[in-house]
Design a binder for this molecule. Structure first.
Ligand code: HEM
Ligand SMILES: N/C(=N/c1cccc(CO[C@@H]2CCNC2)c1)c1cccs1
Length: 356
């Protein structure tokens, strides 16, 4: 435990929240607790502020305009595998609404000296299974082939469709548990296109809520490795990556074929035309079902508004150009045409070392 990180965070909290009162008494309390126990306990106010600032500091996130509105579910007393799984399902229910998605984070028990925190092995709370077949091909999402094998080894059985929602795999107190995500906690959107009736026949769909569960929230020297957080999707994540990448659902050739495009040469830009129609379908389907989603043009404009506000507040807004610029029509969005400061600030969401 580095007490300097603790001190920096406590000072930041008091500087941005005068209502928290004088900083010295709280600093003395924190440093005394670190002396006695090797760590210290955030107040719920500090935890809430820390989770919101960690989002504000996320240099790869285009969606930071609403960083102050993050709902923080303080569940640090929950440290069993069953309890964690329960809280994840509750998180999905609270965040999903009936399509009006609310950005939220659930903070479970932190790492403490001699007490390893629980961990969720899934990358996200909702992921589609990827079944590896004899010939090496994958039915479903190839990105999740490894965790699908692990779940099958642990006795899980899916229905064998391309969109089987995986169970949660949670490790806590040396135990590994599998917990199905109840069907009614998983809102999905079947994909159709406003102009092409055949699109619905492709049988494509995607889940409404992206909820990251493989990152650790670090606040003032304390690590919360189990802190799943959700926002809403930007359409390109589904239409330009998850369904388009060759090593994901690889749908561009299929869409191009049905569009009647000439796929014999790259220079016909059949890939690009298929990409646009796939992304039109995603945005159209989510909007028609009343499920929150944002397009990359709107989100780019919002991000620059956020960045300008941050600079007016006298803060640096860290940003990583290579992640901020959308994977479709980059230069057609305003975030392409400028540079950013890619500094690393804390509090932060960091990638956890992989669980072996
Ligand atoms: C509310 C709507 C939000 C939108 C539209 C949004 C959008 C995005 C997008 C498009 C990415 C890049 C993902 C990729 O390329 O795979 C991203 C990255 C990220 N976002 Fe956001 N975001 C939102 C909310 C949030 C919230 C609530 C948090 C945390 C509290 C968050 C934290 C992050 C982090 C840490 C990354 C980088 C992940 C990594 O390094 O792997 N975002 N966001
Ligand atoms: N829209 C989102 N998108 C993502 C945000 C962070 C990470 C990811 C997934 O990143 C993976 C690793 C690199 N690309 C896929 C997606 C959100 C998820 C949770 C809150 S907002």
């Amino acid at each position: 435990m580095d007490w300097r990180e603790a001190e920096n965070f406590i000072r930041l909290h008091h500087a941005e929240n005068p209502v928290a009162g004088p900083v010295e008494p709280r600093l003395r309390e924190v440093l005394a607790e670190i002396d006695q126990t090797g760590t210290y306990t955030h107040t719920t106010g500090e935890l809430t502020f820390g989770a919101r600032v960690a989002w504000r500091n996320s240099n790869r996130c285009i969606g930071r305009l609403y960083w102050r509105s993050l709902q923080v579910r303080d569940r640090r007393h929950v440290d069993t595998a069953d309890g964690v799984a329960e809280e994840c399902v509750e998180h999905l229910r609270a965040a999903t609404g009936r399509g009006r998605i609310r950005p939220a984070i659930t903070v479970l028990a932190p790492d403490r000296p001699g007490e390893r925190a629980p961990r969720i092995l899934n990358d996200q709370l909702i992921r589609y299974a990827g079944y590896t077949r004899e010939d090496g091909s994958v039915l479903g999402d190839p990105a999740n082939a490894e965790i699908t094998k692990r779940a099958l080894r642990m006795g899980w059985r899916g229905e064998g469709t391309r969109f089987d929602v995986l169970p949660l795999v949670v490790e806590a107190k040396g135990a590994l548990v599998l917990r199905e995500v109840p069907h009614e906690a998983v809102l999905e959107v079947p994909l159709r296109h406003p102009a092409f009736p055949w699109f619905a026949d492709l049988g494509l769909k995607w889940h409404a809520v992206p909820a990251i569960s493989n990152m650790s929230l670090e606040i003032g020297g304390v690590a919360y490795p189990c802190a799943p957080f959700n926002g809403w999707y930007m359409g390109t994540e589904i239409g330009a990556r998850n369904l388009a990448d060759r090593d994901r659902y690889d749908q561009l050739p299929v869409v191009a074929e049905r569009l009647g495009l000439d796929t014999s040469h790259e220079r016909t830009l059949w890939r690009d035309q298929a990409l646009v129609e796939l992304n039109v379908a995603v945005l159209h389907s989510f909007a028609e079902d009343g499920v929150t989603i944002t397009d990359h043009h709107t989100e780019a404009r919002r991000f620059l508004t956020h960045l300008e506000r941050e600079e007016r507040s006298g803060r640096v807004c860290p940003a990583d150009w290579s992640w901020i610029v959308p994977p479709l029509s980059g230069a057609a969005t305003p975030v392409f045409h400028r540079y950013y400061d890619d500094v690393r600030l804390t509090p932060a969401y960091v990638h956890r070392p992989p669980v072996v």
